[in-house]
Design a protein around this ligand. Structure first.
Ligand SMILES: [Zn+2]
Length: 325
């Protein structure tokens, strides 16, 4: 029994959030390995036979109620970070129940949602990085807002997390990361709300995040499985609670571009920062450099147009205004 008096497994059953499982063994180039990255033995039975190429939409299914839910206590930190593993096709009404439902995370709806994305490396100077991160955290704190990131201990995600810690800000910082890319994710397999897991400092997840949503698509040899889910969830939170949302892009590579694209599909405005001196640089540069890796040319013009009309340049220095490009 948990402290709330409700049996946890019953709670999770009621919530109906599952993990993912690959249900088709489609051989990869490696011996005895499926294109999902697991061996045959690691697959749940029964398997469906197929000759096709592996895609997560055709080769995965909900794999039973999630087996990773609870809290993590990172070293040198008193607060417990909550986490859950979720199937990438989890319905958004279930996610909304998880976030705001009394029996689950019971979070207070934000008044602003700042979604931060960027590469694992941030090339901007320390000073600029500090101003940027302090600005973001200040914006969230002063508006009762949330910040969402990719949740990993690298790049802008790490810097935002550390800024929250150094400024002792009480801000909700949610990491939406890939379950399959999370190193040693087997350590997170536990469903016990009352006994948090103890984690050392240098894990894949950034320890100052207050919550982690780990998106499972069964693709164990790839990154970026959380991208579409993240845009969908952010858009849903924004719609249901009728709050403004902005995506802040700080450099990055193809996965950042994919994140921008998914956000644009959900009409989430994007603030973009290439480097400190490049605020006014045409956003097409970004598209030429990255997005053409992700999208076909036919689609590119529409997206570029949409990106420009919906994008903002954020005044991080003064943190006062959003000016339309
Ligand atoms: Zn497989």
């Amino acid at each position: 029994m948990s402290r709330t008096g409700i049996n946890l497994s019953e709670k999770l059953q009621n919530l109906g959030i599952t993990k993912s499982e690959c249900c088709q063994f489609i051989p990869s180039e490696k011996p005895n390995e499926c294109q999902c990255g697991l061996t045959k033995r690691e697959h749940a039975q029964p398997l469906v036979n197929s000759e096709q190429n592996w895609t997560r939409d055709t080769c995965t299914r909900p794999g039973g109620i999630t087996n990773a839910y609870g809290g993590i206590r990172f070293a040198d930190k008193n607060e417990i970070s909550k986490y859950i593993r979720v199937y990438y096709r989890t319905e958004m009404d279930k996610m909304i129940s998880l976030l705001f439902g009394k029996s689950y995370w019971h979070m207070k709806p934000p008044k602003l949602l700042i979604s931060v994305t960027g590469g694992a490396q941030v090339a901007v100077s320390e000073l600029v990085r500090d101003i940027l991160c302090k600005g973001l955290v200040k914006a969230a704190t002063s508006t009762d807002g949330w910040i969402t990131t990719g949740g990993t201990n690298a790049g802008i995600m790490k810097h935002v997390g550390e800024t929250v810690r150094f400024t002792r800000s009480k801000v909700t910082l949610i990491g939406i990361a890939s379950w399959t890319a999370t190193s040693r994710n087997e350590d997170l397999i536990s469903c016990d709300e009352d006994t948090p897991l103890r984690f050392a400092k240098s894990q894949y997840l950034e320890p100052n995040h207050t919550h982690f949503i780990l998106v499972d698509d069964s693709k164990y040899n790839d990154f970026g499985g959380e991208i579409q889910f993240r845009a969908k969830l952010e858009s849903e939170i924004s719609k249901i609670k009728k709050i403004p949302i902005i995506l802040v892009v700080v450099e990055g590579g193809p996965n950042t571009a994919a994140t921008v694209l998914e956000s644009l599909k959900k009409s989430i405005p994007c603030g973009y920062k290439l480097n400190w001196n490049d605020f006014s640089k045409p956003l097409n540069i970004f598209f030429d450099q990255y997005l053409n890796i992700q999208i076909k040319n036919a689609n590119k013009r529409t997206c570029a147009k949409s990106f420009q009309s919906q994008s903002f340049v954020f005044d991080f220095m003064n943190f006062k205004e959003l000016s339309r490009i």
